[in-house]
Design a protein around this ligand. Structure first.
Ligand code: 5GP
Ligand code: SF4
Ligand code: MG
Length: 464
């Protein structure tokens, strides 16, 4: 998901919509904005893309006020229905409160059962709603105290923005798994908190800094206040944001995403070279890595696959049938750059292998004499429980097959993934620290940085 929050600007709602538009890649199923005009909260939510939901003057005029938060939904828990569209809003004892969450909680079902027993009436099926109920059941006077207490009970990943009647709040989980950055509109002294720097660029805001893991940011009439509310722990930022999820023009934790991908491609070329005529990316996600590969290998880079930009990311549309259809809608081989050539195809990752298989068939049909597939991630062997919608383990190609079997299944002449240590080298590390890895890389290693209470509960049910 993508989140955005702004305080103290006449264009608060318009800027939120623009920010969400820049973050559209983080979630395309639904979006919402809640604004506050010193008297009332206003909300507008819808299913679909940001441009469709906030494209009318009527919608935008209804979102009055100089403070707003917004959210793009990428479903990891809960169905895509309007009651599951964030920001969530509740009237708590201290007043109105709206919350937008990027990430995923790993003990939400366990907490939800406990809260329901204590009388909570859930409105949605989202994990995020447990935070609201935990806050509702506290008795502290301030919204901050309630929020921090509520969050001290949750596990997992969360980058949050929230709004109440006198502030906008930003908060990042103690491991900083998902991104969150602070920006400032220089002339108006208005601050912004959002998922990625590309959402600052679109509104002309300057980057201030990343929100630290475990840090709470308050935007109010006093400007910006920061408080470390959870003890500082070694960060475990999601390495897959660098590989795939974030936009290449964003800068996260001091690193350009584009640069990371290019360096991953270069490491991949060093580790798994191949004698070939042309390097071709699987667009768009494979482009920077393919460029890095081509530059390091000294082999020409060509756009041998052309993507139709009017189709969303295939994997975000639920359902295998639509995914199968989506692949054909989305990519076409550029025969002029493929016919009679030995091709290196570069993509960011293999999940189910469905897309890859079709792409390879297409490139073969366009006349490639050899196809060597290079992947800018290690094999995806484990699901993500922190907000990236990977399928169950048994649907992950790499959890069922070794590399040779995967290569045969996809139909390539050779297949190679970047090794975990080369991936860390591309990130500027000397390698992966096995004791305290510098990133979350659980989908490639099975080494989850938090407890997975909901899963443990499922595996070993408590005696009743
Ligand atoms: P596959 O060949 O596994 O069907 O699809 C691989 C493509 O899916 C890659 O091009 C990649 O961009 C995209 N992808 C990346 N991350 C994810 C993810 O978390 N889940 C799914 N389902 N696809 C992803
Ligand atoms: Fe990122 Fe993978 Fe960790 Fe999920 S499991 S947070 S996708 S590195
Ligand atoms: Mg892709």
């Amino acid at each position: 998901c993508g989140v955005f929050g702004i305080w103290g600007h006449v264009e608060a709602a318009n800027f939120s919509a623009l920010g969400l538009h820049a973050l559209q890649h983080r979630g395309q199923e639904a979006a919402g904005i809640v604004s506050f005009d010193r008297q009332q909260f206003h909300a507008h939510r819808g299913l679909g893309h940001v441009g469709d939901i906030f494209g009318s003057e009527e919608a935008m005029n209804s979102l009055k006020g100089r403070a707003a938060i917004g959210h793009n939904r990428y479903a990891t828990t809960g169905d895509t229905v309007l009651r599951n569209v964030q920001p969530l809003f509740a009237e708590l004892a201290f007043g109105g409160f709206a919350l937008a969450h990027n990430g995923n909680l790993t003990n939400a079902s366990t907490l939800r059962r406990e809260l329901v027993q204590r009388g909570a009436l859930f409105q949605s099926t989202m994990d995020t709603e447990v935070i609201i109920h935990l806050m509702a059941m506290r008795t502290e006077a301030t919204v901050i105290e309630r929020l921090v207490h509520a969050l001290s009970r949750v596990e997992g990943a969360y980058s949050l923005v929230a709004i109440c009647d006198d502030m906008v709040i930003g908060l990042r989980d103690p491991l900083g798994v998902r991104p969150l950055v602070i920006g400032r509109l220089p002339t108006e002294q208005a601050y912004v908190i959002t998922s990625e720097t590309c959402a600052l660029d679109i509104i002309g805001a300057e980057f201030v800094r990343d929100v630290e893991p475990g840090e709470l940011i308050i935007l109010d009439k006093n400007g910006l206040t920061a408080r470390q509310v959870f003890p500082k722990r070694p960060r475990r930022f999601c390495i897959f944001e660098h590989i795939y999820f974030a936009r290449p023009d964003s800068i996260i934790e001091g690193r350009s995403i584009y640069d990371s991908r290019q360096k991953i491609g270069a490491e991949l070329a060093k580790e798994s070279p191949v004698d070939a005529d042309v390097i071709i990316p699987v667009p768009d996600s494979g482009v920077p890595a393919a460029l890095g590969y081509a530059q390091a290998a000294g082999i020409p880079f060509e756009l041998g696959i052309i993507r139709n930009h009017y189709v969303g990311r295939t994997f975000i549309e639920p359902g295998q049938k639509i995914r199968d259809l989506g692949v054909k809608l989305k990519h076409n081989a550029n025969r002029a750059k493929i016919e009679g050539k030995r091709v290196v195809l570069v993509d960011d990752s293999i999940v189910r292998g469905t897309t890859s298989r079709k792409i390879v068939q297409m490139v073969r049909a366009a006349g490639a004499t050899e196809i060597h597939f290079r992947i800018a991630a290690p094999p995806t062997t484990d699901p993500c429980f922190y907000g990236v919608d990977t399928p169950d383990k048994d649907e992950l190609l790499a959890s069922n097959m070794d590399v040779a079997q995967m290569g045969a299944h996809i139909g390539v002449d050779s297949l190679a993934f970047i090794s975990i240590d080369a991936l860390y080298r591309a990130m500027g590390e000397s390698g992966r620290d096995p004791v305290l890895p510098q990133y979350c890389d659980a989908c490639f290693t099975g080494d989850y940085p938090t407890r997975l209470t909901d899963r443990e509960d499922r595996v070993s049910p408590q005696p009743s």
